[in-house]
Design a binder for this molecule. Structure first.
Ligand code: VNL
Length: 389
């Protein structure tokens, strides 16, 4: 009797030890840092809604671990992003960092990701160099050169010979300008380039210069969230009646603001990786669920958040819940069907490989959409692809 009790006690102690050992790793913490106040609030909210929708659909248990999402607001100030990331790493012991609404916010955090070996998923920002800033960074948004080169190609092939480029004067804008000018002038086109400040931009003086130059098309990159302001000044200057075509990567006609921009956007041609009108069963289900949960349309930022969570979940499944180097390695080469179409993570660059679609703003069933009419399949970031050659 005594012997049996002892054995039972030893058995119970063994079980307890095993449980507490597992408990130490039972939670995977994801720090999601986004602008949730300030001028880029709408972007942060889209990414957050996309990430939360994914968790709502898939549950919060992966490989026996509970996923805990810690959402933090950086107000789109790079020093704040860095401070929050530091706090999340040191005090919250997060296993993954994610979000990053704008390029400077991602770049400010990159050294911390490297030092602490924290897999970091960029869900929004689009400057090509971001993934080169840390071997722990991967990305589920896009790069501006990736989205822009097909625009230059399409423009030249469709009779546009003279263009003025107007871009936000920081990382993604400069990337976009370089990508457009490179491809378009090589094809034989003529370009004049203008840059507008990122903070509180007044487009009017620049639009005056565009009017004076009389190009066939105006190529625009402004970050998502500034499209409506740009289009307002575009109409005020009478550009909608000028015969000058509006082209660019799809940030300027993002799906959240497109209906508010109104008919002035009709006919704008853009190239991008996601449209709410993308015709696939996966996107139909995504848009329906997103609208039901949030009472609004998703845009490309929401898809970046949704796919970013997918990458984290699937990575954790592959590592059986392990983080750090194992997790970032597991993410490399991963492929899946996103609401945007087929995507994969380039194992060399950790950037996303995806289709780029050529779209035209059209009215359908009383609403405005970026309607896709051509597909350039499996586009890599061309800046890094050129370096590799
Ligand atoms: C960036 C690129 C930001 C594209 C955006 O919206 C965007 C960036 C806030 O890399 O900062 O549409």
């Amino acid at each position: 009797m005594l012997r049996r009790t002892l054995i039972l006690a030893a058995g119970a102690a063994g079980v307890l030890a095993a449980v507490s050992g597992a408990q130490a790793q039972q939670t995977v913490k994801i720090g999601l840092i986004l602008p949730l106040t300030g001028p880029f609030t709408a972007i942060g909210r889209q990414v957050e809604m996309g990430a939360r929708l994914y968790m709502q659909q898939k549950g919060n248990t992966v490989a026996g671990q509970t996923i805990e999402l810690l959402v933090k607001d950086d107000g789109s100030v790079a020093d704040a992003t860095k401070r929050i990331a530091q706090d999340l790493i040191v005090n919250e012991k997060v296993n993954v960092l994610a979000g990053f609404g704008l390029t400077p916010l991602a770049l400010a955090t990159a050294p911390l990701a490297t030092q602490a070996k924290i897999p970091t998923v960029v869900m929004a920002a689009g400057t090509a160099t971001i993934t080169e800033a840390s071997p722990f960074i991967t990305r589920t948004s896009f790069t501006l050169p990736q989205a822009t080169e097909p625009m230059a190609d399409w423009a030249f092939k469709n009779g546009i010979k003279k263009v003025v480029t107007l871009v936000s004067d920081y990382g993604p804008g400069i990337d976009s300008e370089k990508a457009f000018v490179g491809v378009f002038t090589k094809a034989g086109g003529q370009v004049e380039s203008l840059r507008v400040p990122l903070a509180n931009p007044d487009f009017s003086p620049f639009l005056q210069k565009v009017a004076d130059a009389k190009p066939d098309a105006l190529f625009v990159f402004v970050p998502a969230g500034q499209g409506a302001q740009f289009m307002k000044q575009f109409v005020e200057r009478g550009f909608d009646k000028s015969g000058i075509k509006l082209i660019g990567p799809g940030d300027v006609t993002d799906d959240e603001v497109l209906n508010n921009i109104g008919d002035v956007a009709l006919g704008a041609i853009t190239t991008h990786h996601y449209s709410v009108a993308h015709d696939s069963p996966e996107n139909k289900a995504f848009v329906e669920a997103f609208k039901k949960a949030n009472n609004m349309r998703p845009n490309f930022m929401a898809v970046g958040g949704y796919d970013g969570m997918h990458l984290i979940y699937e990575g954790l499944k592959k590592t059986n819940g392990q983080g750090g180097q194992a997790l970032i390695d597991a993410m490399k080469g991963m492929s899946w069907t996103s609401p945007r179409g087929p995507v994969s993570i380039d194992p060399q660059t950790r950037d996303i490989i995806q289709n780029i679609y050529v779209r035209k703003v059209e009215r359908k069933d009383g609403e405005l959409y970026n309607v896709e009419f051509a597909t350039i399949p499996n586009v890599k970031d061309p800046v890094k692809a050129a370096k590799a050659n």
